[in-house]
Ligand binder design. Sequence first.
Ligand SMILES: [Zn+2]
Length: 344
Amino acid sequence: MQSGRASCPSPEDSSAKPVDMHVHMVGNGSANTGCWLRISSWRYPMALMMMRHIGLPMAVLKGDLDRLYVEKLLHLVRTSSLGAVVILAQEQVYDDNGSVLADFGSFYVPNQYVLALARKHTELLPAVSIHPARRDALEELDRCLAGGAVMMKCLPNCQNINCSDRRFTRFWERMAEAQLPLLAHTGGEHTLPIIKPLYSDPRLLTLPLECGVKVIAAHCGTKSGLTDPEYFHIFAGLTRRFPNLYGDNSAFTVPIRGRHVVECTQEPLAQRIVHGSDFPVPVYGHFPCLRGYMDWKTLRTWQRNPNVMERDYQFKRAMGFPAETFTRIWSLLRLPAGVPLRNN
Ligand SMILES: [Zn+2]
């Protein structure tokens, strides 16, 4: 399939609208979407808090979640400064031999669901999620490419994916051929259960990088909890070795994770950073203010604004991320020919 890259706005193009490239889809299957949700009792209060934070009633988790989540998402995007958001599918957990580990994983969002949503709503760009150990991984990748996938998302530590497993070489090569970028979670994670903590290490992205895949390390390898190992400097070192490695600033308003704002807003790293919120993760500006990354006026202006997606965008701008951070993703996404531009 032909890439539509030539028609894609360049990051320097002032007409290109900002994009939030890290937005989770969530569903409970209430609208026959195939999504499921399985939240442990101790994570349940956090899930309720997230729903309230984005403006949904707490009862929604056991109610009409699929429909209400999409409606809310579309409303937030349409009333924000953003031109589009990349919505993420969520793969199941597989073992190393490609069998589903049915008892693992806390939520699932099928590829066909995000692809169908994106066909219906031009503000939504679909990122699929495929475990490369799946026996039909290459077939699923081809199905997703044909369906218009713009990116592939995985969480190596939560989904049990050793990205540098040599058996996955053909999978990464196929992604590189198709110019489909990879968004891979790196660093700590406390919202979802972790299966393999060692797979949080950005060094495990070496094989896809060597295969020529454009890789975005979600969270730039930063730690999420106090006891997590810190991989930020490993991520920064890898960007010097691999010109095809990027990082996203998702959840950078969260304490601990947001400690590396200054390095990420300055060169040489700044030109490798793309903007993502990690929606529906809550957005509070107090920590960046206390650390001196952001002014108090911005906090007062935006913390009460119910559009959490716009709030996150405004906070990141106030934190000093250069304007290109918010449009750079246009040059990384695979935009199949015929996909209309989402920049006006
Ligand atoms: Zn995320």
